[in-house]
Design a protein around this ligand. Structure first.
Ligand code: NAD
Length: 510
């Protein structure tokens, strides 16, 4: 198919941005996979989509690259990631604008997503000089025992639409300094941001000068492409971000071949508001955590437990915040809540609100918005739902801006309700009572991978390990010692004596 132009301002803007980023016209306009913007619902570009066969070829190429890259000293590998960080800094506003167009995030969140990519590059550059092993005490005289960390192989990265580039960067920056190559299957809903990121990475590789071909390859397409990564034994690690249903579908197949996995799956995150909480602070934190990114973050606040003594006051303030929040085109400065990703997302939101009403919930908001201006797009007013109790629908993750609010009477009850769901990703407590805060963070407190005090559950800093428990998958990415998931550990024993003492006093003289 010949390169062609697409009608519409947003399509033209998209193509202009991609051209400025240096993406060749045929890569963004010809291909089987259509990209759409949730802002208007219109088509904005087309990319090549591969199938299982071309994914296998990509894996072979990445596997060959790994054999070279694993022998490059880690600090030198860090230099490539440093150059990539520079490319991201230069292209920050363009890539962020593309995130806004393709994922519907407001401008500050689009910029924030690219900043997260830059931050993880900085982190990984430092890490490239700190991939420490251990020296261990050995029971045998004249021996030394140590632990070393080696590159693992090809890392397959499957990502979701709502963090179209940052999640890949969390994985890629760390995987690369750890000596791995990468094959990335981005969401089929956000192929252009992936294409732009691939171009920026290629530019860093060109400046680096001596990286093997195929060090990081993007394979575009749907589940079958992700499935090819899952099935291939050359892909030693699969890091998969998306719904719990996706994780559940691929986990047994990966377990079958004993693949290393990092699962970053859904969340049904809660916050507890205690009697001593600063309500001014809590309202701001709750508003952002529940409505930001139109409720389409894995860490979005979805359940709120409020002590009965502050319930009426807090609910009045939340009603005001939910009613006032500006829903609109995310490219406009005044907008705080952009569109849902597509019609399916809006349908799921409507069905959840119907279920909540049937279960006795009282709903404020939740209506479709801007249908006149953008008939092919799906905007919704965030919904605040007063629930009589934690019913079945409250226990599900609906990937839309719905906040269910429930009263609690004593702290133990709040803890029980907070942990009473299948997911275990993120959580927070608003309190000025030191005992409540500490109990929330203790072994008998929140069962989530992320537990915060006096800040909302949504978002994360790259310095901490990110991930959740139970149906949230159990994986950890980004900071702390998450890098260990991208390397293989070897225990080495060296005998520098003339004797051969066996462990545990075993005698075996021949
Ligand atoms: P999704 O599960 O529909 O898709 C995610 C990715 O998995 C896509 O690339 C998709 O093509 C691929 N995929 C889906 N089924 C597959 C299969 N059977 N085999 C191989 N690949 C498959 O998720 P989504 O709608 O893009 O994202 C929203 C979900 O992701 C929410 O549940 C959200 O909570 C979760 N999420 C989690 C995190 C986290 O870090 N924990 C971060 C972002 C999003």
């Amino acid at each position: 198919m010949a390169a062609q132009t697409l009608a519409g301002d947003i399509a033209r803007d998209t193509q202009d941005i991609l051209a400025r980023l240096g993406v060749a016209p045929n890569r963004r306009l010809d291909g089987a996979l259509e990209a759409r913007s949730p802002i208007t619902g219109e088509a904005i570009g087309r990319v090549d989509a591969g199938g299982a066969a071309s994914t296998k070829a990509a894996i072979a190429c990445a596997d060959a690259a790994f054999l070279v890259w694993r022998n490059v000293p880690a600090p030198r590998r860090g230099e490539l990631v440093r150059l990539f960080g520079e490319e991201l800094r230069r292209a920050k506003s363009e890539l962020a604008a593309l995130v806004t167009i393709e994922a519907g995030k407001i401008r500050s969140e689009g910029l924030g997503e690219v900043q997260e990519m830059i931050d993880i590059c900085d982190f990984a550059v430092g890490l490239s000089r700190q991939l420490y092993g251990l020296t261990l005490a050995t029971e045998r005289p004249g021996h030394r025992m140590m632990e070393t960390w080696h590159p693992l192989g090809v890392a397959g990265v499957i990502t979701s639409f709502n963090f179209p580039v940052a999640v890949w960067a969390w994985n890629a920056a760390i995987a690369l300094v750890c000596g791995n190559s990468l094959v990335w299957k981005p969401s089929e809903k956000t192929p252009l941001t992936a294409l732009a990121t691939e171009t920026l990475f290629e530019r860093a590789v060109a400046r680096f000068g001596s990286a093997p071909d195929g060090l990081s390859i993007v394979v575009q397409g749907g589940r079958e492409v992700g499935g090819a990564l899952v099935e291939d034994p050359r892909v030693r690690l699969v890091s998969a971000t998306g719904s719990t249903a996706m994780g559940r579908a691929i986990a047994p197949r990966l377990a079958q071949r004993f693949a290393r996995t990092i699962f970053e799956l859904g969340g049904n995150n809660a916050a507890v508001v205690c009697p001593s909480a600063s309500l001014d602070l809590a309202v701001r934190a709750i508003a952002f955590a529940a409505m930001g990114t139109a409720g389409q973050r894995c860490t979005t606040l979805r359940r709120l437990f409020v002590h009965e003594t502050v319930y009426d006051d807090l609910m009045a303030r939340l009603r005001a915040a939910f009613t006032a929040v500006s829903v609109g085109d995310p490219r406009e400065d005044a907008t705080l809540v952009g569109p849902l990703i597509d019609e399916d997302a809006y349908g799921a939101m409507r069905r959840a609100l119907d279920d909540a009403r049937m279960a006795g919930g009282v709903v404020v908001g939740g209506e479709r918005a801007l249908a006149d201006r953008f008939p092919a797009a799906f905007y919704a007013r965030p919904a605040l739902v007063a629930m009589p109790e934690q019913t079945a629908i409250v226990k599900q993750e609906t990937f839309a801006p719905i906040l269910y609010v429930m009263k609690y009477r004593d702290f133990d009850e709040a803890m029980r309700l907070q942990n009473e769901v299948a997911h275990g990703l993120s959580s927070s407590i608003f309190t000025n009572d030191m005992r409540e805060a500490e109990r929330f963070l203790s072994a008998e407190g929140s069962d989530c991978g992320i537990a915060n005090v006096n800040i909302g559950p949504s978002g994360a800093e790259i310095g901490g390990a990110f991930g959740g428990e139970k149906d949230s998958g159990g994986g950890r990415e980004a900071g702390s010692d998450s890098w260990k998931a991208y390397m293989r550990r070897a225990t080495n024993t060296i005998n520098y004596s003339e004797e051969l003492p066996l462990a545990q006093g075993v005698a075996f003289d021949v």
